[in-house]
Write a protein that binds this ligand. Sequence first.
Ligand SMILES: *[C@@H]1O[C@H](CO)[C@@H](O)[C@H](O)[C@H]1NC(C)=O
Ligand SMILES: *[C@@H]1O[C@H](CO)[C@@H](O)[C@H](O)[C@H]1NC(C)=O
Ligand SMILES: *[C@@H]1O[C@H](CO)[C@@H](O)[C@H](O)[C@H]1NC(C)=O
Ligand SMILES: *[C@@H]1O[C@H](CO)[C@@H](O)[C@H](O)[C@H]1NC(C)=O
Ligand SMILES: *[C@@H]1O[C@H](CO)[C@@H](O)[C@H](O)[C@H]1NC(C)=O
Length: 437
Amino acid sequence: MTVIVCFVFHFIPQTNNITHIAAGSLPPGMKELYLLENPLLVIDDTAFDASATSLQVMYLSEARFTRIPDAFLHLKTLKLLTIYDTLILDWNEPALRAISPNLQTLVLENVGLKTWPGWMTYFTNLTELGFNGNSLSSIPDDAFDKLADGLLVLSLFNNRLTAVPKAVSSLKALRSLNLQGNNIRNVTWLPQSAKLLSLFLFNNSLRDAYELSNSLRNYGDSLTEIDLHGNQLTALPNVSFLAKIEGLDFSSNQMSQSNTGSVPPTINTIDLSHNSLTYIPLFLKTLRNIFEMLLSYNAITRITDADFSKTITGVDLRYNLISELKDNSFPADSIIATLQLNGNPIVAISSLALSTLPQLMELNLQATKLTRLPLALASLTGVRFVDFTNNPGLVCTCLEKGLGAWVATFPRGTILGDCGQTSIYDFFSLLSPLCPV
Ligand SMILES: *[C@@H]1O[C@H](CO)[C@@H](O)[C@H](O)[C@H]1NC(C)=O
Ligand SMILES: *[C@@H]1O[C@H](CO)[C@@H](O)[C@H](O)[C@H]1NC(C)=O
Ligand SMILES: *[C@@H]1O[C@H](CO)[C@@H](O)[C@H](O)[C@H]1NC(C)=O
Ligand SMILES: *[C@@H]1O[C@H](CO)[C@@H](O)[C@H](O)[C@H]1NC(C)=O
Ligand SMILES: *[C@@H]1O[C@H](CO)[C@@H](O)[C@H](O)[C@H]1NC(C)=O
């Protein structure tokens, strides 16, 4: 099928069903050509000729040709080429060489690159390179020598690298490096003379917090963004010198120690969920701009008033190993507004445990091991939403009758959960009034 594309000066409607671009079918003098999600099979050799000296930008995706078309041989001014989701088996070196002098951005994502292509030596003028979603496991040491002073953005995410490639260390001008989704364990060859602004290393296999700290030291004045979630760090690294970082994501690592490293005192978020921490890290208390404690899915067994800074308003301790809330579990005059304790094996909540939480609005106690409603609940006068669902051991008895007035302050649907066959709400509105006085 040959489809004549609808012409606008810059844009061609994407997501058509174009399989063939015939010679002479494109308008002359185009600057940009978008051929996304078209099952292109054939591009005639002279199809781009009318725009040979004007075309600067080309996007292709889901094409079905497997050889870079000879039509590229004639493109003299292309600056940006992006090909996504297209299995290329024959890279047509002469064609790539033809477009190489002016090309500044080259992104080849999910195109089946298995080894570093020899034709990359032609591309000496790139400022941005992305070879994402391929299966590259190594890069020659000299691969970036000619790009050392020019490349600003490098992205090699979702490949099979096991270390930051040595070639990367020569990139002096690099500002952004994305290596997420590899199996990287060794960061020795991060580009130490570059002033990196963003560094994505999440979903790799980093283990050694000490080595990581040392490799990041030179970015103290430059780095504004770093992401380290989904690695195998067993300890908190020392990243205290990263003065421009506002948030840190250490979730989904294997941290059991948190008293070794250090973080910038000014950060405003830190995610430590999905680790193996057995207590609330002490350093959290020193962070003045942190409002949320993100510690779900750890192995924390107990909490005390000394664990909380005065600034915390949100506590996420879901799925830890806390079995008891005591009179001193929360600090005096706390401003905690949401408390998520669901998924903890809580068996007991002492009578004054919740009395220091005057600002609490939301309490989640789903899936605990509670067998009775804690009388301590009556001290939560501002609370708007309480969730006791999925507490199969919970029964309501006349001993908790005293909570009736408290429950009565909730509109139906804002106190959730059942005791036995009856909802907590119905027990207090219908049954507990029948309890003996
Ligand atoms: C695209 O064309 C093919 C073959 O001509 C046809 O089977 C398919 O339904 C078309 N798809 C769309 C989205 O038009
Ligand atoms: C390389 O790119 C720059 C712009 O960054 C451009 O001015 C120059 O002409 C290009 N070099 C070549 C050889 O085309
Ligand atoms: C990381 O790689 C460097 C250089 O190849 C090597 O000297 C170092 O021992 C490696 N570190 C680890 C933890 O394997
Ligand atoms: C990291 O990996 C996890 C597990 O494979 C996946 O669920 C998550 O989406 C990944 N993160 C990103 C941002 O791709
Ligand atoms: C972390 O590194 C900083 C600066 O390099 C240093 O001053 C500090 O003592 C280190 N902290 C820890 C806990 O190792």
